[in-house]
Ligand binder design. Structure first.
Ligand code: DGJ
Length: 740
């Protein structure tokens, strides 16, 4: 069999070169027409079947040879109600051939025909230092409509998939539904789906439910990623998958606009995950020669439980997604004035906060909302990005200069995509606000959304930001976005193109961010959307950090941050210490607990530090200095969720540095009952034979701990901590000294 020989030759070349198998690889067997894509501990196999359709062969633990039997075959019709196209796990199904399950693509032709039958045409493979890429082209059986499917594998164990739909017909076709990819799982009746949902102030709630036949749709129709649902999911097996063991198939979409992930369990208990643009209100015309690219859908697999699934995602984000990857810059400790001053920002007040923040060890001073236009409340000013002369009579320069003298850099809040009707910009350009002409405009927080799909709006936003950053020594922008879309009209373009707004708005947003970073290479940006409404793998390519929630109550934060950590690295998650009683729930939590909770992400301060007592200031200074010694481990290390906050009145997290030289463990007692001692903590991810110096943050809370312990002692018998009462917390550092 000539094809089989080629396959063996490729393998032999890898073996005889003396190199270990690459961490990511794409191999093709021409005899069976099967591609095997391997990354980390995962293999994904696809093949061209006897009907010339492209189908999934396998998605699971890594294979080092071809799976058996490796010859792809379309599945037969299951009943007259379930044709072959729905029974066969197709990689990217067009709506046609009687498919009753979720298609990846639906197209309408100018003559009213809406049937699309995608057959395999050809393929192209490129290998590069950053991963290996495969392009498979499908073509409609009758019309010149092509779909290019892209596959890229990354060492941490991630497969990236996206598609490009190309019109080579002579007419205009309309894309009515376009997914990036369909991912097919092996058939099973015992899957459970984990997802993240919430609302403003309560984002990142983790839910796990059994999968039953039918559709589970995760989505945002809001024009942005949303607080309500995040484009991440994980599928485990009921009774088998835990935090530390069992299979997990996971996926995450890189798109900051309206998105959809449809998880469908079919009649034959096959589960298909189809992710991409949201179908709702979607329509994208393609003229002859035009094409539409979809967002990237990322997928992974592990047999080591939800903890390892998160670590794979975290590693991938650090190595491939974030600005500066594979070595994103550590997050500085910021001070932000929002909770302390609200809109009442002015030169004297901000300088007083800056002086105090610097004395505590803060590294970046950020002025939040209220510094521009006629911004006194949220009723006015958005769109007028000039300095408010009453609040800052000498402009921003004296504040920035002083912040620099204090040894910090300077950042500022902006909300570029929004406009208040009470603004000079709106009076000049009312047509820039997104709206259906002649219909009422729905305001939220007294503001409207600018139509960023328009090129003039895009140019305006880019130029005011460029000017702001060029004229002032600004190291950081906190980019906020405080409402969803309501009337997504765009009457400046012909009717058939108006719904392109869903795609063009987000593409323009990304282009502005990319261009701004290009013009100002040192500029760092935070993605904030009234909390965690815009966190996804699309925006994270352009933003160094994100604000996960406006809820800064330290107890709620434990759950919020835990949910966040399932999908995203805590290295990008900004967490402030704020004042008590907390603004949201009036809860009073001690300063050390508030600090240690914030120290499990990118630490920041949002309190009115000018009011801190000498004792509070001394504690803060110590804790900030301590955080600096563990920052890189927390932000870039491997995270182990030892006790999840939802499961008891206790939480524990551990981070292990990439090179293993340090680990840090945080323990939180929410509330003690019946004098019960804090449960024994067993570390994870350490080297069993290595010796670690044990350095407790509070020696009195770690009584009797030896100064040195082996990895196996820390992971086996573990350690006991003395935490008591309500809201007690501590941290312990393990520094590797030597191998025993
Ligand atoms: C919402 C953000 O999440 C807050 O941190 C703050 O920046 C306000 N917007 C300002 O309007």
């Amino acid at each position: 069999m000539p094809g089989r020989k080629v396959y063996l030759v490729l393998l032999a070349a890898l073996v005889t070169s003396g190199a270990a198998l690459p961490q990511s690889a794409i191999r093709y067997d021409p005899a069976t027409r099967v591609w095997q894509l391997s990354a980390g501990e995962m293999t994904y196999e696809i093949g061209v079947n006897d009907q010339n359709g492209l189908q999934t062969m396998y998605w699971g633990p890594r294979l080092e040879g071809p799976s058996t039997p490796a010859t792809p075959k379309a599945y037969p019709e299951a009943a007259s109600f379930d044709p072959s196209v729905s029974a066969t796990p197709l990689e990217y199904a067009g709506w046609g051939g009687g498919i009753p399950t979720q298609p990846a693509l639906k197209i309408s032709f100018p003559d009213g025909n809406r049937s699309l039958l995608l057959d395999y045409l050809d393929s192209k493979q490129t290998d590069g230092p950053n991963g290996n890429q495969l392009e498979i082209t499908l073509r409609d059986r009758l019309a010149e409509v092509y779909v290019h499917l892209f596959y890229k594998v990354y060492a941490p164990g991630i497969l990236a998939r996206w598609s490009q739909i190309e019109n080579r017909t002579k007419g205009v076709i309309t894309v009515e539904q376009a997914a990036s990819a369909t991912l097919n799982l092996p058939p099973s009746t015992s899957y459970e789906l984990s997802s993240l949902s919430g609302r403003w102030g309560a984002e990142w709630q983790l839910h796990t439910v059994p999968l039953v036949p039918g559709h589970s749709v995760l989505e945002s129709r809001r024009g942005s990623t949303s607080h309500q649902s995040n484009p991440w999911l994980a599928i485990g097996r009921t009774g088998e998958t835990t935090e530390t063991a069992g299979p997990v198939w996971f996926a995450e979409l890189g798109w900051s606009g309206s998105w959809q992930i449809d998880v469908e369990q079919t009649f034959s208990h096959r589960v298909k995950i189809t992710g991409g643009y949201n179908n709702f209100d979607f329509s994208y015309p393609l003229g002859p020669g035009e094409s539409l690219k979809t967002p990237i859908f990322y997928a992974g697999y592990t047999s080591k439980g939800h903890g390892e699934a998160s670590r794979i995602l975290h590693r991938f984000q650090q190595q491939q997604i974030l600005p500066g990857a594979p070595h994103p810059k550590p997050r500085p400790i910021i001070y932000n004035s929002w909770e302390a001053t609200g809109f009442n920002v002015n030169e004297a007040g901000q300088l007083a906060l800056a002086e105090k923040a610097a004395s505590l060890g803060v590294e970046r001073m950020v002025i939040d909302d209220g510094w521009f236009g006629q911004r006194v409340t949220d009723h006015a000013g958005l769109g007028d990005w000039y300095v408010n002369q009453t609040k800052f009579p000498h402009g921003l320069k004296p504040v920035i200069d002083r912040v620099h003298q204090l040894g910090m850099d300077f950042g500022i809040w902006v909300e570029p995509e929004m406009i208040n009707p009470d603004s000079d910009l709106y009076r000049k350009h009312p047509e820039w606000a997104m709206n259906f002409p002649g219909r009422p405009r729905t305001e939220a927080r007294n503001q409207l959304v600018l139509n960023l799909a328009r090129d003039d709006v895009k140019q305006y936003i880019l130029s005011f930001l460029d000017k702001l950053v060029s004229e002032n020594d600004i190291a950081f922008l906190k980019w906020d976005y405080n409402r969803n879309w309501s009337e997504p009209g765009w009457d400046a373009v012909p009717l058939p193109e108006q719904k392109e707004i869903y795609v063009r708005y987000i593409n323009n947003l990304c282009e502005i961010l990319a261009e701004l970073r290009k013009r100002h290479p040192k500029l760092e940006i935070e993605s904030c959307s009234g909390g965690g409404g815009r966190v996804d793998l699309g925006i994270l390519r352009y933003t160094d950090e994100v604000w996960p929630s406006d809820n800064t109550d330290a107890l709620d934060r434990l759950s919020i941050q835990d949910g966040f950590s399932h999908a995203y690295t805590l290295g990008v998650m900004v967490a402030w210490v704020t004042d008590v009683p907390n603004f949201l729930d009036r809860r009073i939590i001690p300063l050390q607990f508030r600090f240690t909770v914030a120290m499990t992400g990118a630490l920041g301060i949002g309190s009115d530090v000018t009011k801190w007592t000498a004792d509070e200031s001394a504690l803060a200074t110590n804790l900030i200095a301590f955080y600096k010694t563990i920052r890189s481990t927390v932000q870039q290390g491997a995270l182990y969720r030892l006790i999840a906050p939802e499961t008891s009145e206790q939480t524990a997290l551990e981070y292990v540095a990439e090179d293993g030289h340090q680990a840090v463990l945080f323990a939180f007692l929410h509330s003690q009952h019946y004098g019960e001692p804090f449960q024994t903590l067993r570390a994870q991810g350490l080297e069993p034979a290595a010796l670690y110096r044990v350095k407790p943050l509070d020696p009195l809370k770690a009584p009797g701990l030896p100064q040195e312990m082996t990895g196996s002692e820390l992971m086996g018998p573990g350690i006991s901590l003395h935490l008591i009462g309500d809201y007690d917390s501590t941290a312990i550092v393990f520094e590797k000294v030597e191998h025993k």
